[in-house]
Design a protein. Structure first.
Length: 569
């Protein structure tokens, strides 16, 4: 049910490509919330209404509670080993007087991060130092005759997989070679260097004309001899079932550090131990009829001649501080604030039937709202798909689409808009984000897309949230709908997103209904392409591949009404 990506109009690209892409004021670096929505287990639960998952769901009104005995524990799986910096506990009245916080890499051997016998409940923010994939709270003395009960159990850290032994990324920006490479319309510029550029939206692939054979290989030159301890492979669907990780000092004589005949593709994190200047993935059995292809080939260790990759964006701390907003408090009939928004003009895409005007259809109402009106109104000289009602190829509808490209873009934070969507057969209002690198030559879907809200008239009660990337897009995007319980267009609803380096959580009216975790995406679908600036888009479309065409039940005009848009970091 997900839609193909709606691309920016050609005219908008020409207008905006020359604009400098500005970012929000830099937020102070802060820990990343790692635990929200992650798998969680507990020693016990009081009843079905107080499950362990309620402690990590981001909802302060739900809680986990245990059986009425000592000891009891709650454990969260962060998905990969993380550097840990803070644990926040929001206790219900039934709190722990004595408890420990522990971390583990394997769920079996535990290291203590914090311990107390004099806790007083309430909200506790504990600064910790350590690393682990699993974090566990163990209560050993209850403060009441009841069990242990937490509204929220939040674990914060720096984010990202932690290399072993303090190792560094050795392969970033290094030169490489391969058995072959692809450079055609299906995979332009898929050179060996693309596996080492730390860009999750570019990849190396073997040649379609000469390289879809076994064996196939790719090698990175680390610049000097290095001790190699970890290799992380992010595969395209064209992955190796059987392969070796090899090292060499002369790029001719190779020693195998790892070998498998049961490769699973997607993301593989391999612990290895060896030394060499060159590291090679040597594939001997392909997973399908295509070749070999890697989005990323990262080598960690010591020595070599490493190049430091660009720093990670500052992490947000939710709910954060307001850094940008538009409350639409302009005069009645005024266009959107030109210092914040640009109108896109021209026909829609994805078989949409509207023509986007230069703010003729986007006006402030003088009461604190922006109204994007879609109306039946022919636009002579404009070519659209044939309208099923009129049979004409001239655009029969006008509407509005505005974006903040070149005026405001941001990485991570909480984004929220209060919107009353349009709603009738064939309509498609949306509130979404697009990667700002779209305007510096990165095509869709490589730039990434985050749909905070899409609504289609044929599914009146549902609001959709979806993410799109090169490995999953259009109908294969990752996301879910939220059932509002009535026609979404019946009133205003708050559509929100929490976004950081490790997850996205989507909200409708404060209800966290979908959390997409980076580790799960990389392990099951493909690369995470959302660690760079994105800009905001609002539009009100008709027709197209997702909602289908208008028909006898379509009622026009239809207004999409926006009360505010706010970004916090």
């Amino acid at each position: 049910m997900k839609r193909p990506r709606a691309r920016l109009s050609v005219l908008a690209v020409l207008t905006l490509a020359v604009a400098a892409l500005l970012t929000a004021p830099a937020a102070q670096a802060a820990p990343v919330l790692l635990s929200q929505g992650r798998p969680v287990t507990a020693s016990s639960t009081e009843n079905v209404g107080t499950p362990a998952s309620a402690a990590v769901d981001g909802d302060g009104g739900t809680r986990w509670s245990s059986a009425f005995s000592d000891p009891q524990w709650l454990q969260v799986d962060l998905g990969s080993t993380q550097q840990l910096s803070q644990v926040v506990l929001n206790w219900e009245t039934a709190y722990a007087k004595a408890f420990t916080i522990q971390a583990s890499a394997d769920g079996a051997t535990w290291t203590s991060l914090y311990s107390t016998t004099t806790a007083t409940g309430g909200n506790q923010t504990l600064n910790v130092t350590g690393s682990g994939r699993y974090v566990r709270l163990t209560g050993t003395q209850r403060a009441t005759q009841y069990g242990y009960s937490l509204w929220e159990f939040q674990v914060f850290g720096g984010g990202g997989t932690t290399p072993p032994n303090g190792d560094v990324l050795l392969s970033y920006g290094k030169s490489g070679s391969a058995s072959s490479y692809q450079d055609d319309g299906a995979c332009p510029g898929c050179l060996p260097a693309k596996a080492f550029d730390h860009d999750p939206a570019t990849r190396w692939a073997t040649s379609a004309t000469t390289g879809w054979v076994d064996p196939g290989w790719i090698t990175v030159d680390l610049g000097a001899t290095a001790n190699v301890h970890q290799v992380v492979l992010q595969w395209d669907p064209a992955y190796a079932v059987a392969y070796q990780i090899q090292v060499s000092n002369d790029n001719a004589n190779w020693t195998s550090l790892y070998s498998t005949t049961t490769g699973k593709g997607f993301k593989e994190t391999l612990t290895v131990n060896g030394s060499g200047r060159y590291v090679r993935m040597y594939g001997t059995a392909r997973s399908n009829g295509y070749g070999y292809s890697l989005w990323g080939f990262d080598v960690f260790g010591t020595g070599g001649n490493p190049t430091t990759p660009p720093p990670a964006p500052p992490a947000p701390h939710f709910p954060g501080t307001l850094v940008w907003s538009d409350e639409f408090n302009g005069a009645a009939g005024a266009a959107p604030d030109a210092s914040k928004w640009t109108a896109e003009t021209g026909p829609g895409v994805n078989n949409e039937l509207e023509y986007y005007t230069n703010n003729n259809n986007a006006k402030q109402d003088g009461r604190g709202d922006l109204v994007i009106q879609l109306r039946r109104e022919a636009t002579p000289g404009s070519a659209c798909p044939v309208d099923p009602i009129s049979g004409s190829g001239t655009c029969q509808y006008t509407s509005g689409r505005i974006n903040t490209a070149g005026k405001f873009s941001f990485t991570y934070g909480h984004v929220e808009a209060n919107i009353k969507v349009s709603g009738t057969q064939g309509l498609w209002p949306a509130f979404w984000l697009l990667g700002a690198n779209f305007f510096s030559g990165t095509p869709w879907p490589n730039c990434g897309e985050i749909d905070i809200m899409e609504h289609v008239g044929k599914s009146p009660n549902l609001a959709y949230s979806t993410i799109h990337a090169p490995a999953y897009n259009g109908g294969g995007g990752i996301g879910a709908p939220f059932d509002v319980g009535q026609d979404v267009s019946a009133g205003f609803h708050k559509f929100g997103l929490d976004w950081d380096a490790n997850h996205m959580t989507f909200y409708v009216d404060g209800n966290a209904f979908e959390t997409i975790n980076r580790d799960t995406v990389e392990s099951t679908r493909g690369p995470w392409v959302y660690d760079h600036p994105f800009f905001l888009i609002l539009n009100n479309a008709i027709g197209g591949d997702f909602p289908g065409p208008p028909g006898a039940g379509t009622v026009l005009p239809q207004d999409m009404v926006i009360d505010y848009v706010r970004v916090y970091q």
